[in-house]
Design a protein. Sequence first.
Length: 69
Amino acid sequence: MKAIIDRIEEGIAVLISAEEVPTSMTVPASLLPPGAKEGDAVTIGIDRDDGTTAAKDKVSSLIEKLKNK
C-alpha cells in the first residue's frame, strides 16, 4: 500500500493512505526508512512470519504444562 507521511510528532508518524478511500494510521517513526520526512511517499507492507507455527506450538506447549501442574 502506498501512503504519504503527513506529519511526525513526538516519535509517531501519521500516514495517509493513497488508496481510493484514504485512511490515516499511526506508526512509530522509528519504522520509517532512514531520512524519511513529512510529505514523502512510502510503501507499507505486512508479511506473514514463517515462525508463526513454531510460536503457536511453543505457546500451546506452555499452556499444556501449566494445565498439568
